[in-house]
Design a protein around this ligand. Structure first.
Ligand SMILES: C[S@@+](CC[C@H](N)C(=O)[O-])C[C@H]1O[C@@H](n2cnc3c(N)ncnc32)[C@H](O)[C@@H]1O
Length: 413
């Protein structure tokens, strides 16, 4: 009898909390079916570029190729690897496929084909601010993450976010009913008291995630090209797994998913075709560092509010606010000459000289034509040299000048 050419079922699970070196299709092919809770894939995006970057100490350069002969080659590459992910996922498991506008159409078609269009759950838009000159079009400021599940019986932990400031929270906490005219009214108990809803603790997390891109100075940044923030992965892990579950990242790069899994007490397996990426992932895992985002904790609005109070003294000027810079508060353009002035507004606890040195430091390399400190107060100094700033023009704010004039009046009286 002719022997079956089908390979025997694989039974041995790989070691957990490990990073494997190799093409992920080869590594995953050796694994058994249905043991993984979550697969997160951040493969090359079809950018037709070699991605390269250097670590903070400038001692090491990391790179990977994202160069393809054709869209078909890319599609085939993705198809085979997503098919392996599908096979190793549990029935309750989920896949998150990260890409950008270069490959969204291909990824969606591949995922629909392998998982089934009915297993598509969400397209998550990861949005972030970038400070770059857009050449001839809109500045790309989001990436896409396709979320599919293997079956209808999938694991999902609902995450709740805060109500928007305009939501009347006390109203949504009350049960409602319709009166005889169909008008919405509060439901009341037999004593006439409004009945509480009890259950609402926030708004279910949406599919647009505003998570800052890692800035070049973030502690978490290890210098790997296209490194993703741990916060992004933590959110995905929290949504689709519980403590002790198994997370696989077949394109792990610098190991962000693995670090996020480890910090969230999940088991993980990483794979990368680059030996250097595997080494980097292992070293990150030995002492995980996560940057806490003040922006996320306090919200973007709080930054804008703090700055807008400060910037009130520039009202009437044609300025662009500069957020989150330790020395510069605003840029004022002189449109006809194309020259720029950088402005710092003196804080309550700093002298004019201190404000000026912060401004000078922050303006290095920015090629400004003029540096301006707006003086808002007198701050007592040990030596009376506070106005002795060079290279910086000091201008009194209107409020300061008015207060000074009134104080002078009082002294004369
Ligand atoms: C976009 S990067 C991943 C970045 C990662 N998410 C991070 O936060 O650092 C893509 C990675 O896929 C790896 N890669 C490319 N082809 C691969 C393959 N066939 N098997 C495994 N890894 C591969 C590259 O070496 C690169 O590290």
């Amino acid at each position: 009898m002719e022997s079956s050419r089908k390979s025997p079922p694989k039974t041995t699970q790989p070691r957990f909390d490990e990073v494997f070196h190799g093409d992920c299709i080869d590594v995953m092919s050796a694994w058994p079916d249905g043991f993984v809770d979550l697969a997160y894939l951040d493969p090359p995006f079809l950018t037709q570029k070699r991605h390269k970057s250097t670590n903070r100490e400038r001692s090491k350069t990391f790179a990977f190729d994202d160069l393809w002969g054709s869209h078909h080659d890319y599609s085939e590459f993705i198809y085979q690897r997503v098919a392996q992910c599908h096979r190793i996922l549990k029935d309750t498991g989920s896949i998150y496929f990260h890409c950008d506008r270069n490959a969204t159409h291909i990824a969606r078609a591949v995922l629909d084909d392998i998982f089934g269009a009915e297993r598509f759950r969400s397209e998550i838009i990861w949005t972030y601010r970038r400070w770059s000159n857009s050449k001839n079009g809109l500045l790309a400021s989001h990436q896409n993450i396709f979320y599919y599940t293997k079956s209808e019986n999938f694991k999902f932990n609902q995450l709740l976010t805060d109500y928007s400031p305009s939501t009347n929270v006390d109203q949504i906490l009350q049960q409602r009913a319709r009166d005889s005219n169909g008008k919405s009214i509060y439901r009341r108990d037999k004593d006439g008291n409004v009945i509480s809803n009890g259950a609402k603790r926030g708004v279910p997390l949406g599919d647009v995630w505003d998570i800052p891109y890692l800035n070049p100075k973030a502690n978490e940044r290890v210098g790997y090209p296209t490194q993703k923030p741990i916060l992004l992965l933590e959110r995905i892990i929290e949504l689709s797994t519980d403590s002790g579950d198994i997370v696989v990242d077949p394109f792990c790069g610098s190991g962000t998913t693995l670090v996020a899994s480890s910090l969230s007490h999940r088991k993980f397996i990483g794979i990368d075709v680059s030996a250097e990426a595997c080494q980097l992932s292992r070293s990150r895992l030995s002492s995980p560092v996560k940057t806490e985002s003040a922006l996320l904790e306090t919200g973007r609005a709080s930054y804008a509010n703090a700055d807008s109070q400060l910037l009130q003294c520039l009202s009437g000027c044609d300025y662009v606010p500069v957020q989150r810079n330790s020395g510069i508060d605003a840029i004022v353009n002189a449109p006809t000459t194309n020259s720029i002035a950088l402005v710092r507004i003196q804080r309550a606890d700093e002298t004019v000289n201190e404000a000026a040195s912060l401004l000078i430091k922050a303006s290095r390399g920015k090629n400004a034509d003029l540096l301006i400190v707006v003086k808002t107060r007198h701050v007592a100094t040990l030596f009376d040299d506070d106005e002795a700033t060079t290279n910086v023009q000091v201008i009194e704010s209107t409020a300061f000048a008015v207060n000074e004039a009134v104080a002078a009046l009082q002294r004369e009286a």
